[in-house]
Design a protein around this ligand. Structure first.
Ligand code: ADP
Ligand code: MG
Length: 742
């Protein structure tokens, strides 16, 4: 990635040299450095080059290094020009919709970054890379903006703890058949869309592939035979592809007509588009098929690659080497007859070449014309004039053959390099199809549903599940939950509930379902209406955020500040126990102020899920329009609590912290003491509050028992297995349920 900084603006260009993808953009709005960090995390490059100004901004450089742990170097300052001519001459410039762009004078920061990167690639790669032929200039607002914390926190492509793929959204959704598809899926997950038509197109395609099981099966079968075409193209372009790579390429291309035939039977717009655009590359297939044998050697400098019939001279030289063997046998027979030495034989070794070997006992019969070359313990080796001539003929043609085969191979590789653009396009279509098919398979296997996409700003999820936690828990044990958020009365949900109740899981589930829908995937829910969001933010309170290392309250507040600046009324904000990193009163005051600010339509109005252990925040429901209280239900059973995992209306004023301590095995005397202290504290605060309370119609933040009852009831009904119930049992169950309500 090349980053060009000018004033407070940035140009960014990024290239994957192995696959040839090349993107560029510029950031010249608000809060630019945060945006830059988002772009870096979107691509997670291996290396960054910077212009002088950025390199000299030591604070920014330090931040990038600390966040991403990558290598940053200063590049040649002169290279970062705003000259567009050379770019236009050598590359096709396309917009993020794939439309060709002819001028991009309005994107000069991006241009500077592109020029800087091209110069660097030229210097380090030394050769012109044919597979880098298109530069896509994208707008940072084509995609949903996901801040780095959201990417990390939602564990989209890597786990926070160990950076592994297992346990991430990618892990759940990746049923791709090719490594190209796997890479594209990763990119899609990093770049959720915001264009409703594009999203619907993907969803319709996934639906068709999900419903048409035969079609999906055929596609998967065929895709499995496709190698990593992108990497093969990279090798061809670098000039280090061997004949085996060409055969892999050929065998992959061989699948294209098959795929095209399968796709001809589809209806959805996106797959139809893939069908029409898929080039079967028959000429490329023929070229390799005519020239290269099926199982060529790894080395390209030892011959044995070119097929019979491809080149006359190769065929002639080949027959010279096979004929040579015949000639040598004839010579051996002739010399045996002429000298009368019965065990005389013709042989070959690498140092001395061809020779005639005569054992010691027959030395007297050796004629004058034999010239001695080598003495062994039992034998002498000779050559003759005739053998010398034969040797030249045989070895000469072998050498010629090897050279000629190498030349022809280079010609073919060059020819292929000219077709790279077409091959890349085909590879892209394969990858897209692979990802869509993977979505369809996952939707089928995990019982996902097609979300309805709207632009009304309403997120309405019925029976939502957390895709990753659901998969990690025993099948069927994850408890579904509903969500309703809109731009009006239900903008901000305050979520309370004891530790371990499932608050964080619930909030992440809403963010993940929204993200999945905008990527074009079906979602883990029974029904989902997703009003497209422009940005997702998450912030987890400092003490909960183990991976940060420094875990400072300062960092937490800086990020909260950023969310308050950046979130719009179309954004989705997840705040998980913010304010924890400081004293109770500080923390509570900050949490309170942040929640009221976000809920304020004039100032922000983003859809927000706000989990907190400050029960005082439930008061906000009465004071700020758009705020609703929820809690995650638990059931008290004597001294113990049972987690119901159901989100219900209303706040809770009990933290159950002591219950959790007991569950976790804190010794009984300690738990008992804690309970006593709690009781005395509650008595004290009750005394001080009575006067306040008398002035209010309704005591704020009270546990809503009715809703808990409902949740419990729902849970009981949920547990009933209708398939195993006799009519009598059903009746008894109904009686029991009825009793429990009355
Ligand atoms: P909190 O944030 O309230 O402390 P978490 O969201 O971290 O709680 O959840 C704690 C654990 O509870 C999770 O690791 C998960 O195993 C379990 N859990 C959470 N939600 C559910 C659910 N809906 N169904 C089943 N198990 C859940
Ligand atoms: Mg939590």
């Amino acid at each position: 990635m090349s980053i060009f900084k000018k004033g407070i603006y940035f140009g960014v260009a990024v290239c994957d040299v192995s696959t040839g993808e090349y993107y560029a953009t510029q950031i010249n709005e608000n809060n630019n450095f945060e945006r830059l960090l988002d772009e870096i995390s979107r691509f997670s490059p291996a290396e960054i080059i910077a212009n002088d100004l950025l390199y000299a901004s030591s604070e920014e450089i330090a931040k990038i290094k600390e966040r991403f742990g990558l290598y940053i170097s200063k590049a040649n300052e002169e290279a970062f020009t705003t000259n567009t001519e050379k770019i236009i001459e050598n590359y096709e410039i396309v917009s993020d919709k794939g439309i060709k762009i002819h001028t991009f004078e309005d994107k000069l920061f991006a241009v500077a970054a592109i020029n800087g990167l091209l110069d660097y690639l030229n210097q380090t790669q030394k050769i012109k890379l044919e597979h880098i032929n298109t530069i896509q200039i994208y707008n940072t607002n084509k995609y949903m903006s996901l801040d780095i914390n959201a990417r990390r926190n939602l564990e989209i492509t890597e786990r926070m703890r160990d950076k592994s793929k297992k346990g991430t959204l990618l892990w759940v959704l990746d049923k791709t058949s090719t490594s190209m598809g796997g890479r594209m899926l990763r990119r899609w997950l990093s770049d959720p869309l915001i264009d409703i038509f594009e999203i619907r197109n993907r969803l319709d395609a996934v639906e068709e592939l999900k419903d048409n099981i035969m079609l999906r099966g055929d596609i998967v079968e065929t895709l499995k035979k496709v190698y990593d075409i992108e990497r093969l193209i990279g090798k061809i372009s670098y000039g280090n592809a061997n004949a085996r790579d060409m055969i892999s390429l050929k065998n992959s291309i061989k699948q294209l007509p098959e795929i095209k035939a399968i796709l001809s039977k589809t209806n959805s717009a996106l797959i139809q588009k893939l069908y029409t655009q898929l080039d079967e590359l028959k000429d490329v297939y023929m070229l390799i098929d005519k020239a290269i044998i099926e199982e060529p050697p790894i080395s390209v400098k030892e011959g044995g690659m070119i097929k019979k019939g491809y080149n006359e001279e190769v065929d002639e030289l080949k027959s010279a080497t096979t004929d040579g063997k015949k000639w040598l046998m004839e010579l051996e027979v002739k010399e045996k007859e002429q000298t009368g030495i019965k065990n005389l034989k013709v042989g070959f070794n690498k140092v001395f070449g061809y020779f005639i070997e005569v054992t010691k006992s027959n030395l007297s019969q050796v004629p004058e014309r034999f010239i001695r070359k080598q003495t062994l313990t039992n034998a002498e080796r000779y050559i003759t004039e005739e053998l010398k001539n034969l040797e030249e003929k045989i070895l000469g043609s072998q050498e010629k053959l090897i050279n000629l085969e190498y030349e022809l191979f280079l010609e073919i590789r060059c020819e292929l390099a000219k077709q790279i653009k077409r091959i890349q396009n085909a590879a892209n279509i394969i990858s897209t199809l692979d990802v869509l098919t993977s979505f369809a398979t996952v939707a089928q296997d995990l019982n996902y549903t097609k979300p309805t996409m709207t632009e009304d700003g309403i997120i309405d999820i019925q029976g939502g599940r957390h895709p990753v936690i659901e998969k990690m828990l025993p099948s069927g044990s994850f408890v579904e939950n509903n969500t309703y958020l809109d731009k009006e009365a239900d903008r901000l949900s305050i979520i309370t509930g004891p530790n371990m109740a499932g608050k964080s899981t619930y909030m992440r589930q809403v963010a993940l379902i929204t993200l999945m829908a905008q990527v074009g995937s079906f979602v883990p829910a029974t029904k989902a209406n997703i009003g497209i969001v422009d940005k997702i933010f998450t912030r987890v309170g400092a003490s909960d955020d183990l991976s940060m290392g420094q875990s400072t309250f300062m960092v937490e507040m800086m990020e909260v500040a950023n969310i308050l600046k950046e979130a719009t009324s179309d954004s989705l904000v997840i705040l998980d126990e913010i304010g924890r990193g400081t004293s109770t009163y500080d923390g509570l005051s900050i949490a309170w102020a942040v929640a009221s600010y976000i809920a304020d339509k004039e100032k922000c109005g983003a859809k927000t899920l706000f989990a907190t252990h400050y029960h005082e925040l439930t008061e906000l429901e009465n004071q700020v329009e758009g705020v609703k209280n929820y809690s995650i239900a638990v059931k008290e059973k004597g001294e113990d609590i049972i987690f119901l995992r159901k989100i219900v209306k209303g706040g809770t004023d009990e933290s159950y912290g002591i219950h959790v301590a007991k569950l976790a095995g804190v010794p009984a005397p300690v738990v008992k003491k804690a309970n006593e202290i709690l009781k005395s504290l509650e008595r004290k605060s009750a005394l001080s509050k009575t006067t306040e309370k008398e002035n209010k119609k309704q005591p704020a933040g009270q546990l809503d028992m009715y809703n808990y009852k409902l949740a419990e009831l729902a849970h009981e009904i949920d547990k009933i297995n209708l398939n195993e119930l006799t009519p009598i049992e059903a009746l008894n169950t109904l009686v029991k349920l009825k009793e429990s309500v009355s």
